[in-house]
Design a binder for this molecule. Structure first.
Ligand SMILES: *Cc1c(COP(=O)(O)O)cnc(C)c1O
Length: 358
C-alpha cells in the first residue's frame, strides 16, 4: 500500500487548502475537471496498489469486454465540508459493499471493500480544493467505476479489470431547487427484469431506460415511474432514483422488488421516517396506491429527495402539490438527512465517515 493510504483514517491533512476558483453557489450537476483521478488494475490474479493520475483519458483495448459485453458497474457518493471544516463522506461502507455485489453479479473481479474506501479517500485528499465550502449547497461527487478491460471476442469475462475513481464538484441536482417534479407511469418500456440485473448498479440499465426517459420529457414530464416487468402492476423505481409514498395514515411506503437498485439514501430515509413517527414499510406497492398517498418522493445520492408533485397513470393524474411546494414530510426528511451529512445534527447511527480532519 502507498504511504498516503497507510495513514490512519481521518488524519490531519492540509484541509485549509486554497479552494479552486469556482462559482460554488451556481454549479450545475455536470462534469468539472479536477486535478487527479485514481486507477487500479487487476492483472494476473491481483490488484495493484493504485496510482493517481492527472489524465482524463483511458487507454483502452478495442476488444475490452466493457465495450462489447457491458462488463461495467459503478457507484456514486458525495463528499462534503462540514460546519467544523472536516471533509466527510456518507455511508461509504454501504457503497463499498454494493460495488462488490454489482461486480460479482456480472462476473467481474470484485473490488475489496477496504481498497474501495482507501481509493475514495486518496482521490478526495488529492482534490481537496474542489470540495465545495460548507453552506454553498454544492458537494464533491465521487464516481467509482469498474471496467472489464481485457480483450475477448467470445462472450466470457475479461481477464483484466480497471477500477477507477474520479471526482467532480457539483451543485444541486435540480437547478430549480427543491421543487416538486412530475412523473408518468411507464408502460411501454421495462428498465429491468425481475431475474435480470436491475438490482445492481450496471451501466446497461441506464442505457435501457434512456428512451423512456427522453420520451417522457418530450411529453412534458420530468421522469418516468417504472412498473414491475412481469405483472405491470407494482411500482418499481423512477429511472435513477428509488420511490416512496407517504400514506394518509402515516406510513412511509417503498417498493420491495427484485428489479430495483437498493438505494442507500432510501435505507437511510427509512430510519429517519421512523424518527418522525412514520411507519416504514418495504413491500410490493400496487400502482393504484398512488391515488391514496398524501405525498411522494424520489430518492438517491444525487438529489437526496426529489418531491413528487404529480403522477400520471394512463388517463388519470394524482396531484400531491397544488401550490408548487413540497410536502412537509419530504421537507423534514430532506432536512434531517442533509443535517446529518453536514454535521449539523449528531451522527447517532455512525453514517458519516471522516476523510480529513479540520
Ligand atoms: C444509484 C441508484 C439509485 C440511488 O441509490 P443511492 O444509493 O441512494 O444513491 C437508485 N436507483 C438506481 C437505478 C440507481 O442506479
Amino acid at each position: 500500500m502507498s504511504t498516503l493510504s497507510s495513514r490512519p483514517r481521518g488524519s490531519r491533512v492540509e484541509s485549509d487548502v486554497t479552494k479552486a476558483d469556482l462559482d460554488w453557489e451556481n454549479l450545475d450537476f455536470g462534469y468539472h475537471k479536477t486535478d487527479f483521478n485514481i486507477r487500479f488494475t487487476w492483472r494476473n490474479g491481483a490488484w495493484d496498489e493504485g496510482e493517481l493520475t492527472a489524465s482524463e483519458i483511458l487507454p483502452l483495448h478495442m476488444a475490452a469486454t466493457c465495450l462489447h459485453y457491458g462488463q461495467e458497474c459503478f457507484e456514486g457518493l458525495k463528499a462534503f465540508h462540514t460546519k467544523r471544516g472536516d471533509v466527510v463522506v456518507f455511508r461509504i461502507d454501504e457503497n463499498a459493499r454494493r460495488l462488490g455485489v454489482s461486480c460479482r453479479k456480472i462476473h467481474m473481479e470484485p473490488v475489496p471493500e477496504d481498497m474501495f474506501i482507501d481509493a475514495v479517500e486518496r482521490v478526495i485528499k488529492a482534490n481537496l480544493k474542489y470540495v465545495p465550502p460548507y453552506g454553498t449547497g454544492a458537494s464533491l461527487y465521487v464516481r467509482p467505476i469498474v471496467l472489464g478491460t481485457g480483450p475477448q471476442v467470445g462472450v466470457r469475462p475479461a481477464d483484466e479489470y480497471l477500477f477507477m475513481v474520479f471526482v467532480t464538484p457539483v451543485g444541486p441536482y435540480f437547478k430549480s431547487g427543491f421543487k416538486p417534479v412530475h412523473l408518468v407511469v411507464e408502460e411501454e418500456v421495462d428498465r429491468a427484469a425481475p431475474l435480470g440485473v436491475g438490482d445492481v448498479k450496471v451501466g446497461g440499465n441506464y442505457a435501457a431506460g434512456l428512451r423512456a426517459s427522453i420520451n417522457a420529457k418530450k411529453k412534458g414530464f420530468t421522469e418516468v415511474l417504472y412498473l414491475d416487468a412481469k405483472e405491470k402492476r407494482y411500482l418499481d423505481e423512477s429511472g435513477p432514483a428509488n420511490f416512496f409514498g407517504i400514506t394518509k395514515d402515516g406510513q412511509y411506503v417503498t417498493p420491495a422488488s427484485p428489479s430495483i437498485l437498493p438505494s442507500i439514501t432510501n435505507k437511510s430515509l427509512i430510519t429517519l421516517a421512523e424518527e418522525l413517527g412514520l411507519r416504514p414499510q418495504r413491500r410490493p406497492v400496487d400502482v393504484e396506491e398512488i391515488f391514496d398517498f398524501q405525498e411522494a418522493g424520489c430518492c438517491g445520492t444525487a438529489a437526496v429527495i426529489t418531491p413528487v408533485g404529480s403522477i400520471t397513470y394512463r388517463d388519470r393524474k394524482v396531484v400531491y402539490s397544488k401550490d408548487g411546494r413540497p410536502g412537509r414530510y419530504c421537507v423534514e426528511l430532506y432536512q434531517r438527512l442533509r443535517a446529518i451529512q453536514l454535521g449539523d445534527m449528531p451522527d447517532k447511527y455512525g453514517w458519516v465517515h471522516r476523510v480529513v480532519q479540520a
